[in-house]
Design a protein around this ligand. Structure first.
Ligand SMILES: [Ca+2]
Ligand SMILES: [Ca+2]
Ligand SMILES: [Ca+2]
Ligand SMILES: [Ca+2]
Length: 220
């Protein structure tokens, strides 16, 4: 009985860590019925990642006449280095501040993703600031801030990456007073789960220990 439940446990562990390719939203192309934008509401899942927001999120076609960001929504692939957004990316509602939480449902060791268009003139009410906060089992772990002090070009892509133990990242974009409509996009989310061999080895060691204890009990 022990063995059966243990094997089931190992199987469950290996299936929950089934993060595969980079999540780039290209599986949503072409958008339908409007080829330029699809409202996915406040909760949306793709590739094992659950995206939630206090506002409606949008899947946007790159270069389309939509409100992904302004003045157009073609990521600047030349700056700071070539980054490909393909046909489709995800964004907020282009109305005031913005927020999005990515929940992974499994322990992560590393993550990287691309954010486009953190812009607006410095020291003005149009100055955009994005805070990326990492959580593990609901507890705050760390945060990284990127503002238009650092990246001022229109439609510029910033690659955000992080290493550590976490299972959720929260993105909050604000301007002073929250009066500017923040246009932005996220794409190319690359997830590294906590390596399974380590977890599996720990589990097997624990099982070995249990077996030894049982044998000792019998012997005494
Ligand atoms: Ca894409
Ligand atoms: Ca908003
Ligand atoms: Ca812009
Ligand atoms: Ca912007």
């Amino acid at each position: 009985m022990y063995k059966a439940s243990i094997l089931a446990g190992i199987f469950a562990m290996s299936t929950t860590a089934a993060f595969g390719a980079v999540v780039d939203f290209e599986n949503e192309s072409p958008l339908n019925p409007d080829p330029n934008v699809t409202n996915v509401g406040t909760s949306y899942s793709n590739g094992g990642i659950t995206f939630t927001s206090t506002e409606d999120m949008q899947l946007v076609k790159t270069g389309g006449p939509s409100n992904g960001f302004v003045p157009n929504d073609s990521p600047n692939n030349a700056n700071p280095f070539p980054v490909d957004f393909g046909d489709i990316f995800l964004t907020g509602d282009f109305n005031g501040n913005t927020d999005m939480t990515l929940s992974f449902g499994t322990d992560l060791a590393a993550l990287s993703f691309d954010i486009v268009d953190i812009d607006g003139p410095n020291n003005t009410s149009n100055h955009e600031t994005f805070v990326f906060s990492y959580f593990y089992m609901g507890a705050f772990v760390d945060s990284i801030t990127v503002s238009s002090d650092d990246t001022t070009l229109d439609a510029e892509v910033v690659t955000v990456s992080y290493s550590g133990l976490f299972d959720e990242v929260q993105i909050v974009g604000t301007t002073p007073g929250g009066t500017r409509n923040i246009g932005w996009g996220i794409d190319n989310i690359n997830v590294t789960a906590v390596p399974l061999p380590a977890a599996g080895f720990m589990l097997l060691s624990a099982l070995g220990g249990m077996g030894l204890m049982r044998r000792r009990k019998r012997a005494s």
